[in-house]
Design a protein around this ligand. Structure first.
Ligand SMILES: Cc1cc2nc3c(=O)[nH]c(=O)nc-3n(C[C@H](O)[C@H](O)[C@H](O)COP(=O)(O)O)c2cc1C
Length: 201
């Protein structure tokens, strides 16, 4: 009998603990929702998590000129106008070397295929290769501006910088397209949910 009521108490306290856990979870979720709705400062991680649902084409943007040669993997790209043809790219200005693009006043935007995944990884810093070793992974040519154009890119946009804005952590760089090149084949390289995918053909 004593043993039986002991079990009963134990079972009852289990129910209380479960109820408390559910209540705590619900409370935490509710607090989170209120926090998100009311907090005027969006947390960078919450912002990046939301952005991870964007399917983005992957490019290597390059430059060459008096300030030196540089290439960076980017996805923050937008076509602004087709007449005159104008592109926009966003480059982190907290990176010690991205000022090179602004100083050279030119960039080439190279749109990658799925076969360029290793190139994309190298130009995003994976493997910590030197810029020379990153460029050695591809075949490059120049069109109008002297910025390196990837020979087998799906598309390349050779641009002169016409305007730069400093917005939060980034340079928003507008480029007038001076030459276009297509010809590469393969499926588009897409970045979604923090990993690479391929679409089209
Ligand atoms: C898929 C992908 C997209 C990226 N998009 C951008 C971008 O739009 N702008 C940017 O400044 N950096 C972007 N980055 C980060 C840069 O590639 C990375 O910071 C830089 O190349 C590191 O260069 P480092 O090795 O010279 O430091 C992206 C990286 C990846 C993997």
């Amino acid at each position: 009998m004593l043993l039986g009521s002991g079990f009963q108490r134990l079972a009852q306290s289990g129910v209380y603990i479960k109820a408390l856990a559910c209540y705590t979870d619900a409370w935490v979720e509710w607090k989170k929702a209120v926090f998100i709705a009311k907090d005027p400062k969006i947390e960078p991680l919450a912002f990046r998590n939301a952005m991870s649902h964007f399917a983005e084409a992957v490019h290597v943007v390059t430059t060459d000129g008096p300030a030196g040669r540089r290439g960076v993997t980017i996805s923050a790209v937008c076509s602004v106008s087709d007449n005159p043809a104008t592109m926009l790219v966003c480059l982190n200005r907290e990176h010690e070397s991205n000022h090179i693009f602004i100083e050279n006043k030119v960039f080439a935007l190279n749109t990658l295929s799925f076969g360029h995944m290793a190139l994309s990884e190298a130009f995003s810093g994976k493997g910590s290769l030197s810029q020379a070793d990153r460029f050695a992974l591809g075949e490059w040519q120049t069109l109008q501006t002297g910025a390196p154009v990837l020979a087998d890119a799906l598309a390349s946009f050779d641009c002169r910088i016409i305007e730069t804005h400093e917005v939060a952590t980034h340079y928003v760089v507008y480029g007038r397209v001076t030459a276009l090149k297509g010809g590469g084949d393969g499926q588009s390289l897409i970045y979604l949910d923090r990993s690479y995918h391929h679409v089209g053909g």
